[in-house]
Design a protein. Sequence first.
Length: 230
Amino acid sequence: MNEILSNFIELFYPRICSGCGIPLLKGEQVICLGCHIKLPRTEFGFQKENAIEQLFWGRLKVSHATSFLYYRKSGLAQKLIHELKYKNRPEVGYHLGYLFGQENKESFLMTLPDILTTVPLHPDKLKARGYNQSDEIAKGFSEATGIRFIPSVISRKEFTETQTKKKRYNRWENMSDKFELNNDIIISGKHIFLLDDVITTGATMEACGKVLLSSDNTKLSILSTCFAIN
Ligand SMILES: [Zn+2]
């Protein structure tokens, strides 16, 4: 775009930082430099025995696990995820995914991943939001690392009416019954990076991870953009 025109547009519609709301300077994308520096990075990388890896001990066979940011109530990561999920700002996800990938690229690539995939969103939420926030993160991550992103490797099971009725009477709805492998995508023998936006208890990742590990000789690593802590 013509620079004079773009300056003119910014005068009336300033691009603002998704973290703190101040106008962005030229060259800044999505968040300002101040927020970029203040991102509450975990610095876990793929360090052995980090908190995310420990979260899955005894639950899921994980090769590597990490999280990019700490997610605290009213913190910067929570603000950014809120923008991504509820303010129609898919570019916030792309940007976070890009940084996550870029800042850890070497250690990630050393583990020889084959594909990157995400936790599928419930169809009702997908319809309401228009995009799966984790897919947006994955696109940026893939761009930064060169790891191929394949969406929808895992699907949410669709239930028949009778099954739905049955489920309603079952107080302890089983998370592992919610997902299945998309048979059109062959993952056997591959090292898969499973990516999500926020990890809290890890139950969803555990259920999706089990589905991926049900295929022959797959290797699984868990990557969450944010790690919810108190
Ligand atoms: Zn800012």
